[in-house]
Ligand binder design. Sequence first.
Ligand code: BES
Ligand code: MG
Ligand code: ZN
Length: 513
Amino acid sequence: MKFTLKKLDLEKSLGSLKKSAFTAESLIITEFEQDKKKPSLSSLFTCVDKRLNGYLADSIREEEFEFKAGETLVIKLNSAERFNLDMQNTKKIILVGLGEEKDFNKKNERKAIASLVRKVKAEKLKSFAIKAVKDLALLVETAILVDYEFTKYKTEPKKDKKELEEVLILSETASAKEKELISKAEIIANATNKARDLVWEPACVVTPSYLAKEAKKIKAENLTVKVLEKADCEKLKMGSYLAVSLGSDEPPKFIEISYVPKGKIKKHIAIVGKGVTFDSGGLSLKPAKAMEMMKEDMSGAAATIAVMTAISQLQPAGVQVTGIIAATENMPSGKAYRPGDVITAMNGKTIEVNNTDAEGRLTLADAVAYVSTKNPDEIIDIATLTGACITALGNVCAGLMTNDQALLERVKASAEEQGERMWQLPLYDEYKEKLKSSIADLINAGSGGQAGAQNGGLFIKEFIGKKPRSEEQISWLHIDIAGPCWFEDAQDWSPKGASGIPVRTLLGYILSI
Ligand code: BES
Ligand code: MG
Ligand code: ZN
């Protein structure tokens, strides 16, 4: 999809438009919800309506169209009408409701844009023109996110399916600033779609080695990618992570992507993504139904690769970003780790494994312990960690847990801005009891199904290192995305399937520093 920013004051130009100035197949007109008695429509609506001898006003009256948030009305143009508008290519005008002006917010704006993009596609139009709306970035991002489909493995393309090819953004200024906003939004939305692609791909394709290859593809100034092999991890004594990998024929790959900008660094953020490319449960095997979707267990890793890809292109100043993925499969076999085994993580803590299906926290234990040695200011882990988090918060909302409330608030504010649902769960000290083992320092699945999301969070917290020359822990935020990594139904800004959460939240946060 191509975005073209065009300097054009449409109201003024109607009647003298050059042929090449307006090639879009549809024209979008957005309006706030109207008071039936005294409508106050935009000057664009009025100008176009005048040239069409009142056709638009008649249509909204006949259809009782009120411009409620996300509502659309398609108006077909015949050749005489196209001629009157100097819009020879324009087959349809689509009216779009923004809802009540007093409630107007990003959510409604996103909803309106999503529904107009879906409408343009349903009408099989290749392009639309729209006057620069309030939030240009939101328009571009939402269009790219809603247009996404994963069709790679469909051998029969849908008949007469048309792709949305071009969005013509009409602006009176067409400034360099607007151009920049568009290209930044494209980078962020395309990165989100990259994460979605990786999650959609089956586990026979996306192995730990595949993730390592994807990471190595990110090539940019100020960015390096390092992959630690099994032997390297053994030297580092990552016994917890490596235990998970034992049952698989796929070699584990520990991936480190680091972006270090030139100049003064205000903050160093580490992002740690769970990268279990398939979670069978291991010897604590999952039942068939629960295993069906376990290719999604690397959604945190996909988001990490996506964030680092966008960072490599946006090159933010003043923020160092490290992306870590301890990639592995979790499989049962004669080589697999067993319930009852005691393993040792790189920070020396011993763990009794009572359930090999609580493997995510074992991989993250070494990943966060490793990245702690790099002294980041903040560690944010993203993990499809617990079914319990889905029980607590459902399928659209991620769970947030932290040892630094201010960090959580900052990230949550970014999530709200981006329309990604996230909600805090506590990490009560009382529940630390459930981490206790009779044989080792910790037990990996000791809560017997109670407060399962917190149990996972509290376990990971045990491996967060200390700030340099301090007894205080590094600031840490845990994002459990087991629910929203995959949408069961389409959302305002996303088709159903892989969501790309929390790529935009994290980029929004990093770019705000
Ligand atoms: N990968 C799963 C969690 C999950 C469940 C992700 C559903 C996405 C959708 C994780 O490794 C797991 O199996 N967790 C167990 C933990 C339990 C054994 C303590 C769970 O949630 O049942
Ligand atoms: Mg598991
Ligand atoms: Zn898992």
